[in-house]
Design a protein around this ligand. Sequence first.
Ligand code: ZN
Length: 281
Amino acid sequence: MQISYSFDSGIAGKHILILWSIHGDEVCGSMAIERLREDIIQWNITLISGKITCIPYANYEAYREKKRQITHNLNRIFWQDEQWGIHDTARYIESLILQSDFVLDLHSFSAWKEAFIFNDYNTEEVNTIIHSIPIEHVMIWWTELYTWLQELDTIGFAKKNNIPGITIECWQNEDSQSIDTAYACIFSALKSYNIIKEWENVLHKNQIWISVDTIIRKQEDFIFINAWKNFDPIEKDEIIWKNLISHKSISSPYTWLIIMPNSSVENWWEWCYLWKIITNP
Ligand SMILES: [Zn+2]
C-alpha cells in the first residue's frame, strides 16, 4: 500500500516531491508532512505556483512495524530492475522522481541529535536552497560513496536523471524537534521554488560544509573505544576502535569528524562514516 498527497496550485511552476519514512522507524518526521497537509487544507498556506507531491510513509510495511526495513534497506535499491516486494516500492518512487523537478528526502536518527543536510550536487540551484535551510552541518558528495557500489539511494537515482534533490537528517526520532526541523526544511524548499509565499521567520544559521571521505563497515569482534556521538572530532593518531579478541587498536591516520556512529549494527553494515571539514561558506 502507498499513501500520497498531491497539492496543485493550477499555475505553472516547479513540481516538488517530498519523501518521508524511506526508513520505516523514522516515523515522527512524517508528521511534518501531515502538518503541511493540514495547513494547506486549513488555508494557512496557499500555493502560488507549481505543485507538491508528498509520500509520507514511503516504506509503509516497515512504518507499520516501526522498523528501519523489513527485507532490504529501501534507500540502497534504486536504479535496479527487481519488481517484487520492497523493490516494487522503489520502482514506484523512481517513477515519481522522474515526474518531479526537485526531490526532498527527509530522514531522522535513532541515536543522535544535530540535524544535517546532504549536498550531492554543489550546483547554484541546490546550494541556494541549502543556504536557506536553518541547519548548520552540510555534507558534500555522499552519493559518491555509493555510486560505485551500485547501491543508489533516492537522491543518487535523481542525480543520475539530472533532477536536483536534497536528503536531510532532521533530528532524533520521537523528538518533536525533528518535526519542527522537517517543517522548516519543507518551507525553505517550497519558498525557494516560489510555490508558497507565507514564511515563518526562521533563524539563519552559519553553515559548516564537510566533505565525505570513508564508509566504515562493522568488522567482526571490533568495538568502538568510546561512545562516539555524531560529529565528534577525532584527532590524528587517536584510537577509534579495537578488536575484542586480539586487542589490536586502530588509530586514526587523519583528523576527522565521526558521522552517524552506530554501535549496534550487524557485521559489514555501515558502522560510521569519517568526514573532513572543507569549507565554511
Ligand atoms: Zn533514514
